[in-house]
Design a protein around this ligand. Sequence first.
Ligand code: SAH
Length: 262
Amino acid sequence: MSVLIEEGRPVGRAKNHRRANLLSPPGVMLLALGTAVLGCRGASQDAADFAAMRKTMVARQIAARGIRDALVLQAMSEVPRHLFVPVDAAGQAYEDHPLPIGEGQTISQPYIVALMTESLALKGGEKILEVGTGSGYQAAVLGRIAGSVFSIEIDGTLARRAEETLERLGFGNVHVRAGDGFFGWPDEAPFDGVIVTAAAPELPPALFAQLVEGGRLVIPLGDPATYQRLTVVMKRNGKPVIEQVLDVRFVPMTGEILKKKK
Ligand code: SAH
């Protein structure tokens, strides 16, 4: 396919959706009282608004573009994407583009998360390895479908933040570790599926080795400086069978893979 999806690059600054506090002290007190009284209703109203945005996102950006897997559509209509992005970007969380999540990284466009998840062809209950936890959103979507998810993030700050978010939201079957995903997670291998959410010039051998026979590995392969081809690698009789899905643009995989190139 020739469509180029802008994936890893931030496409604009997160707009600040919060209003400046222009209230006088009595105004603040009144607001505090109002919040105390209406707090619960306000929060559930917010949740309802975000749920409506999520429904629209799934219909217009995901189902309308051909994602048919019911498990994927269901998971994406349930996981609260706005709680995985920085607070001042929550209002943009359901828009049709990636968003900055800090530390120079991005959360993928919703459609790409759906496409990569669908490409794993999950039935439910699987054990999955993710490389590139970022915000933890993709891991959470996988967590709604798979039995367990093991996710590795090279940036310690992002890893800690994602772990906190996932724990707060009750994703007890998603496990995050700070480290270089190039080596996979040998103690937990083998995996029924592997997903890499950073651009790699070549397939890290340990990831293929840690995939079960018949399993699927989804990875953006190609030049990290330009664009990559979203690739599904299936393991058949111990050998890779390759299928290319779409041209995409992801942030580069760092760590050991860069050393290997030289
Ligand atoms: N899946 C994420 C988005 C991924 S962005 C989400 O849903 O939010 C790509 C992430 O890969 C970045 O956070 C980056 O720090 C991480 N990364 C890059 N190289 C890596 C490596 N070698 N091992 C693990 N994580 C890596």
